[in-house]
Design a protein around this ligand. Structure first.
Ligand SMILES: *Cc1c(COP(=O)(O)O)cnc(C)c1O
Length: 479
């Protein structure tokens, strides 16, 4: 509603505004009513008129002020509001941050088999808790338990909403009103307010801290055990590394100390991988199977970190403990829905064929992409991007390092390639860079990069080929 348009009449008092009904019945409104319905259109028109009324009332002490409020411009304002209100909030973006499992961008991309299964589970009834053999009531965990056991060597398994829920449920089942012994070097905080000490409190367990930040010894565990001890617990150093003068006690030794006192050992593995990642040329991360074999009685890990599946928390371990965990009333509150199980089952099944895993499991395919592939892409995209941005910016191809992310292997890098963009002139370079980042975020499919060393870095690891075309097609909008 500009104050300058010459054609439309200008008004200066709220009484000159058209009535809501008059706007709704206007011919210009018809298309909007068909798209969005009468209720939403009425609300939008009302909001626009309220805004105009307030603006006009503000004119009371500024005589001579007018604004344009003809039906056409009111409908246009209503349309903008309706478009914004009906636009999806959750939208696809390009993750060019270099962090493959980016928690803020939704972590693992699911394999096609999982996507297909989810679509089917959403559109058809399924045997979620129904035994097709004898027509009786089933248990939703049965859909995946045997697969999980086969892949981890555990006796039993159950699935909950995420790993935080898994840790809460385990502690609430095994340690309420009792003590759990954890090394000070492992009192992890995961982004988004998951702190082991806080979860412990919520589960009604008392944390007994032992050792120091950098060193914990076997005798620290042994001496902490008392008549109130429920378990010894190890927590994976997911998002940090303690280096230098350090000492930690191995899983096997903690398990032995626990078992000598007839206590269980719990491991929160965080990411939890089902494969030896070195077989794919990746850095080593302890596997769930190794942790189970080292003597852990209960192991918890995420479904959407290294595993590459949907958000879930997987609990594996000794049969009698899993049975107790499943009987905890909290299990019902933390259980997963059919969509999660539909995605998890085919994801797990991919692991039965390791030869095809790097091709079919999307996350592993992204982890194992060769830097030379990304270099080829960078060379193709560099001239397009330089052209779109013009002379104000320099676009260069550059070697860079990707990260696995989500607190898996925080100090290991994956050699990658991409584009490095920086302002051509040093004048107000910082502001120019922030503006550039915002322009990428403002594209139809927002592009999320990383600001680092006075440049915007676009790591192409997560831009596989079909997506590259989509990425290139919208670059002209940057201009
Ligand atoms: C990631 C992580 C969690 C939380 O897992 P979510 O699946 O995100 O709930 C808990 N503990 C550790 C050690 C982790 O790395």
């Amino acid at each position: 509603m500009s104050n300058t348009a010459a054609t439309a009449p200008e008004i200066s008092h709220p009484s000159q505004l058209p009535a809501v009904d008059k706007v709704l019945l206007a011919i210009e409104m018809q298309m909007l009513r068909e798209s969005y319905g009468l209720d939403a259109c009425t609300k939008a028109v009302r909001d626009v008129l309220t805004g105009l009324r307030q603006q006009l009332l503000g004119f009371a002490d500024q005589p001579g002020q007018t604004l344009q409020a003809d039906i056409g411009s009111i409908v246009q304002a209503a349309q903008r509001q309706l478009q914004a209100r009906f636009a999806p909030r959750l939208q696809p973006v390009f993750n060019l941050t270099g962090t493959v499992l980016h928690t803020n961008l939704g972590r693992a991309l699911l394999p096609q088999a999982a996507i297909d299964a989810v679509v089917q589970a959403m559109s058809s009834p399924a045997n979620l808790e129904y035994d097709l053999e004898d027509g009786s009531r089933g248990d939703r965990d049965d859909l995946v338990e045997s697969l999980i056991c086969e892949l981890t060597g555990a006796e039993a398994a159950t699935v909950v909403n995420n790993n935080a829920a898994a840790v809460l449920l385990v502690l609430s089942t095994m340690a309420t009103g009792k003590e759990v012994v954890v090394s000070r070097g492992e009192l992890v905080e995961i982004g988004g307010a998951f702190r082991i000490p806080d979860v412990m409190t919520r589960a009604g367990a008392r944390l007994v801290e032992i050792g120091t930040t950098n060193r914990t010894h076997e005798k620290d565990y042994a001496e902490a055990i008392g008549e109130n001890t429920a378990a010894l617990m190890k927590v994976h150093c997911s998002n940090y590394a303690i280096t230098g003068f350090t000492k930690a006690v191995s899983d096997a030794d903690v398990a032995r100390i626990a078992h000598d006192s007839n206590l269980p050992m719990i491991v929160d593995l965080g990411s939890g991988t089902l494969i030896d990642m070195r077989d794919w040329g990746l850095p080593y991360e302890v596997t769930v199977r190794e942790t189970v074999e080292s003597g852990a009685d209960i192991v918890t890990f995420s479904g959407d970190k290294l595993l590459g599946g949907p958000q879930a928390g997987i609990i594996v371990g000794r049969k009698e403990l899993i049975a107790r965990i499943k009987k905890n009333p909290l299990k019902r509150a933390l259980r997963v829905g059919k969509i999660t199980l539909a995605a998890l089952e085919p994801t797990l099944r991919l692991y039965l064929n390791p030869e095809k895993l790097a091709q079919e499991l999307t996350t592993l395919r992204l982890f194992t992409r060769k830097a030379s592939d990304m270099q080829t892409q960078a060379e193709q995209l560099q001239p397009l991007l330089q052209q779109a941005l013009g002379q104000d910016y320099v676009v260069e191809t550059a070697a860079m390092n990707s990260q696995i992310g989500s607190g898996a292997l925080p100090v290991e890098n994956l050699p990658s390639f991409g584009l490095r963009i920086y302002p051509a002139s040093g004048k107000q370079a910082g502001r120019q860079l922030t503006r550039l980042e915002a322009r990428f975020r403002g594209l139809p499919r927002p592009v999320i990069g990383r600001l680092h060393d006075d440049a915007l870095w676009l790591d192409l690891r997560c831009l596989e080929n079909p997506a590259q075309a989509l990425f290139a097609a919208q670059l002209s909008r940057l201009a």
